[in-house]
Design a protein around this ligand. Structure first.
Ligand SMILES: *Cc1c(COP(=O)(O)O)cnc(C)c1O
Length: 402
């Protein structure tokens, strides 16, 4: 079974996880992360959404409007609401799945405190245009509007040669096993703004707690079970359990359609064990991106010209955290491929303003977001995938659409 995703872990991460004699790893991880992405400060969290929540709290936003794309990971909107603020949605563009910047200016008003700019699936948003729109709104309204770069899919993504994580006030990253690089779980924040960094640290010192030893043991067991679950033969069983029972679903489910919440431990500090694994992953970052580039190019070349499948673009500066075509018969394709031993992914399968929990903030229509929620599908594009598997996926899809 070819899994829909697979973290790029080997024995090095396991050894790092077991190196309990090492200390100060969180600090080291932050330092190395900042260095790799050329920012002054990096601060670690238990989740990416914790970093976002902390930005809002540290800046004392209350009942403020935070602009966010309608088609993004729902945990972003959850963090906005739980922090006591109001999500304002903007529809996306079908060209690159990102916020349609032509719709942005009209959403900004005197109560707008921030724009969360996401670079979905690794595709860079036009950050030059974004900054122009925000700065003319600031002049018009006379107050600061923070630009938060959501780089959960786009760690080193560049627009016009410039790192998108630096094209704003602050950036956040997710580090669970489905992300580009991973520290088992975890999140990160980067900024060049010393005053903001100071406020964030202060909030962390006051509100964040240390995790229990049990959580460290749980993370270690999780890391070991991932190693086992992704073995070729075992993964077939995992997939069976995923499809036929609710066991795996209850483990991997990260949201509820009708409920806004954050995990119980979202205000806990990153664990040392997570940081140790994260440090190993940073060393592999450029290799991971290189492999993802090659896979995207392979698919684009070998799936072009088929009727019924719209391929995602190849864009300079993208990091291809996902490879996401649109199809009209998603469920049928999923089943057919699964029979051939190929697991396709189905992220992101909702449009946030249409979700029960968020309908009260829905204003207007979000047509493209809705289209994507029903038609996007992820082809496996994890680094380390064998050529043979790529060929199998592409010939399976070619046959399906012939
Ligand atoms: C994963 C993700 C995040 C952060 O997720 P956490 O699970 O909180 O670490 C933020 N934005 C997007 C677009 C994501 O995919």
């Amino acid at each position: 079974m070819i899994p829909r995703l697979k973290p790029y872990y080997n024995h090095r991460e396991l050894i790092a996880a077991l190196s309990f004699f090492r200390n100060d790893s969180v600090r080291e991880y932050q330092h190395k992360f900042a260095e790799l992405f050329n920012t002054k400060t990096a601060l670690a969290f238990s989740y990416g959404r914790s970093a976002l929540y902390t930005i809002f709290k540290a800046l004392e936003f209350e009942n403020k409007e935070i602009i966010v794309p309608a088609y993004t990971c729902v945990v972003v909107a959850n963090a906005i609401v739980i922090s006591g603020n109001i999500p304002r949605f903007v529809d996306i563009s079908l060209d690159d799945y990102n916020m349609n910047l032509d719709l942005l200016a009209a959403k900004i008003n005197k109560n707008t405190a921030a724009v969360v700019a996401t670079h979905l699936f690794g595709y860079p948003l036009n950050t030059d245009k974004l900054k122009d729109i925000v700065s003319s709104a600031e002049k018009r309204l006379g107050h600061k509007i923070w630009i938060i770069q959501d780089c959960a899919h786009s760690f080193g993504t560049r627009w016009n040669g410039k790192l998108v994580c630096k094209q704003g006030d602050v950036a956040i990253y997710g580090l669970n096993i489905s992300k580009m690089i991973s520290s088992i779980f975890g999140g990160m924040l980067t900024t060049d703004d010393d005053r903001l960094a100071k406020k964030i640290r202060l909030y962390q010192d006051q509100k964040f707690t240390k995790s229990s030893v049990i959580k460290t043991i749980k993370r270690l067991l999780y890391l070991i079970s991932i190693r086992i679950a992704f073995q070729n033969n075992i993964y077939r069983i995992v997939n069976f359990l995923e499809e036929e029972t609710s066991i795996i679903k209850s483990l991997t489910n990260y949201y509820q359609e009708d409920k806004i919440d954050l995990p119980y431990d979202f205000l806990e500090n990153m664990l040392e064990i997570e940081a140790r694994v994260g440090i190993e992953q940073l060393k592999k970052y450029s290799k991971i991106i290189d492999l993802r580039h090659r896979i995207a190019q392979y698919y684009s070349k070998n799936l072009s010209g088929l009727n019924g499948i719209i391929l995602p673009p190849i864009i300079e500066g993208s990091t291809y955290s996902h490879y996401v075509p649109r199809v009209n018969d998603r469920q049928k394709l999923l089943l057919k491929m699964r029979k051939q031993g190929i697991q396709l992914g189905w992220l992101i399968e909702y449009s946030i303003p249409e979700m029960k929990a968020f309908r009260q903030w829905k204003e207007g229509e979000f047509i493209n977001s809705r289209i994507c929620s029903k038609t996007t599908i992820n082809l496996p594009n994890w680094p380390g995938m064998k050529k043979k598997n790529l060929e199998k996926i592409s010939s399976g899809i070619n046959l399906y659409y012939k």
